[in-house]
Design a protein around this ligand. Structure first.
Ligand code: CA
Length: 329
């Protein structure tokens, strides 16, 4: 009887293993939606509310840009300075540097918590960068740490049963180094503490700085999925990138190069080349309120995801991208 039980257990185990493998296979080729700074088309970027909204919209990953505070707390914020998304100029007018900017790294976590966050604006004029979005300087939004955001996402994963990932970006490691701080060391330790250790842990780590990504792979021996963010100059280096990274993050205009004289979209061979080196391609930034030459957001998504065959989009409008992919797949 006991033997039968063991046999049964082994059989059902191998069955479920097989099942999850097939599921993984399907998942592997699924187009992914990365909520760029959260659902930032609808709520001020990188606020916990923008993240909760993106989570509810079923994005596959929520993005975190990370900059260190004076007391080494990783803050989720896009720029290394504060005056484009907070009221720092009102609350701490004497704390700007000679270049008129207020640096995150000059403030403690407690000081940063005193600031109110707004929809992005031009500090010189106080005008909104995206006029159709959430009104500037309204309601109450706050900055938060990487740990607070991970706890929000992991908490929601527990309460909803979903498994939504994180997609942190190490911002300007050279600047941090110059200020005497090792941002990657601090961030990797936190990711590790929260269980993000390997490629299977629903965490993708991104950086523009190639030397830093190599250091993360070699010196810190990180086994995370690494994405090399790219500007035009790195296009020829895919073979080198494939040695330390698992994907690339180009601007979509490196892939879609306008139209030919017959009105067909011109698509570069960047995606094909990247796929040849087994690199995933997650392009930025897809905005329904910034279409450039495209008639509709759907057209932009179609050309990028299906004609050019990129693997994922960083978007301020995760609901629209999720809907579009669900209809297509
Ligand atoms: Ca970013």
């Amino acid at each position: 009887m006991y033997r039968f039980l063991i046999l049964f257990l082994m059989l059902s185990l191998s069955c479920s293993e097989h099942k999850s493998e097939t599921k993984m296979e399907v998942q592997k080729n699924k187009k992914v939606v990365i909520a760029h700074r959260g659902a930032s088309g609808y709520l001020p970027e990188h606020t916990l509310l923008a993240k909760a909204m993106a989570y509810a919209m079923d994005a596959d990953y929520l993005e975190q840009d990370i900059v260190l505070s004076k007391d080494n707390v990783p803050i989720v914020i896009h720029d290394i300075h504060l005056e484009t998304v907070t009221d720092v100029a009102l609350k701490f007018p004497e704390r700007k540097r000679k270049d008129e900017k207020f640096y995150v790294i000059d403030f403690t976590f407690n000081e940063l918590k005193q600031l109110n966050v707004s929809e992005r604006f031009e500090p010189a004029t106080n005008k909104a960068v995206f006029p159709k979005r959430f009104p500037t300087f309204t309601s109450t939004f706050k900055l938060h740490s990487l740990q607070e955001e991970i706890e929000l996402i992991q908490g929601l994963n527990k309460s909803t049963g979903k498994n939504i990932g994180i997609y942190p970006e190490i911002k300007d490691p050279a600047f941090h180094q110059k200020e005497g701080k090792d941002i990657s060391k601090i961030v990797l330790k936190i990711l590790n503490n929260y269980g993000y250790k390997t490629k299977n842990d629903r965490c993708i780590l991104q950086c523009f700085d190639a030397d830093e990504l190599k250091r993360i792979r070699k010196e810190f021996k990180s086994e995370l999925f690494l994405v090399q963010l790219m500007e035009f100059k790195e296009e020829e280096k895919l073979e080198d990138i494939a040695i330390y990274a698992n994907g690339i993050g180009p601007w979509y205009k490196q892939i879609i190069k306008g139209k030919d004289k017959n009105g067909n979209w011109l698509i570069s061979d960047l995606v094909k080349k990247a796929h040849k080196y087994n690199l995933k391609v997650h392009a930025y930034t897809f905005r329904a309120d910034q279409l450039d030459d495209f008639e509709t957001f759907e057209e932009l998504l179609k050309v990028a995801l299906y004609d050019a065959d990129i693997d994922g989009v960083f978007t301020d409008f995760p609901d629209l991208a999720v809907d579009f992919i669900n209809k297509k797949d």
